[in-house]
Design a protein around this ligand. Structure first.
Ligand code: NI
Length: 225
């Protein structure tokens, strides 16, 4: 499931993050990829050891925690500490797949089920820089307003097209979901959305209660915790 999550960050949070990132030291993004990725990756990242990366990452995780749509879509079990990248001067990341198992740094591992990109500057600030995601329904082109995020299956082939004017600044990270299977996660998301709609209308309370019970029983059947 490819889903647009609007308004993850407020205008004030965005301005603060941008101010700090504008003054940051960036390094070659090839430091964090394997051989296949390194051949097609041309961008800059905050180093993994950067205190700024850790600080801004916490702020983003806190914003995600309070976003009901993100939670409903990803059903997160673990989230990789957010990373930050910058594409400029033709910077690009050709078609690749993301690693399936990642180190969390505390000895724990994370299986990447869901990929997330959070856009940190406006689409008008740069030309190119579209995120292209290939899934079973074809090719999707994504370029979102600052503060908005896209979540998509980590199993998909994807690329970032060359940035030919300005700079594209984003945060990106992966989620291990309680629900490993994308189709099951999508069904739970759709059921949850229907329950929310019924609840905000004048629906029969008993029917809403029954559907809510069904949602939780499916989650109980399928969730890994
Ligand atoms: Ni990727």
């Amino acid at each position: 499931m490819l889903l647009h999550i609007p308004n993850v960050l407020s205008a004030e949070e965005l301005a603060g993050i941008r101010r700090q990132l504008d003054a940051a030291q960036w390094t070659d993004g090839r430091e964090t990829v394997g051989t296949q990725g390194a051949q097609v990756k041309r961008n800059l990242q905050l180093p993994d050891t950067s205190p700024l990366k850790a600080e801004l990452g916490k702020l983003i995780l806190a914003a995600l925690q309070r976003h009901p749509l993100f939670f409903a879509a990803a059903l997160p079990l673990k989230i990789l500490p957010p990373r930050f990248n910058r594409y400029e001067g033709g910077g690009t990341y050709g078609f690749h797949v993301d690693g399936s198992v990642m180190q969390l740094g505390n000895g724990e591992q994370l299986r990447s089920d869901v990929s997330c990109t959070l856009f940190l500057n406006e689409p008008d600030d740069y030309d190119g820089g579209e995120l292209i995601v290939n899934d079973t329904y074809g090719e999707h082109e994504v370029k979102l307003p600052a503060g908005d995020a896209i979540v998509y299956p980590a199993s998909s082939l994807h690329q970032v097209t060359p940035v030919t004017r300005g700079a594209r600044i984003a945060s990106f990270f992966w989620i291990q979901s309680m629900i490993r299977d994308d189709a099951r996660r999508r069904m739970l998301f759709e059921l949850d959305a229907s329950i929310q709609r019924l609840r905000s209308g004048n629906a029969d309370n008993d029917a809403v209660l029954q559907l809510t019970g069904l949602y939780h029983n499916l989650l109980r059947q399928w969730a890994e915790t």
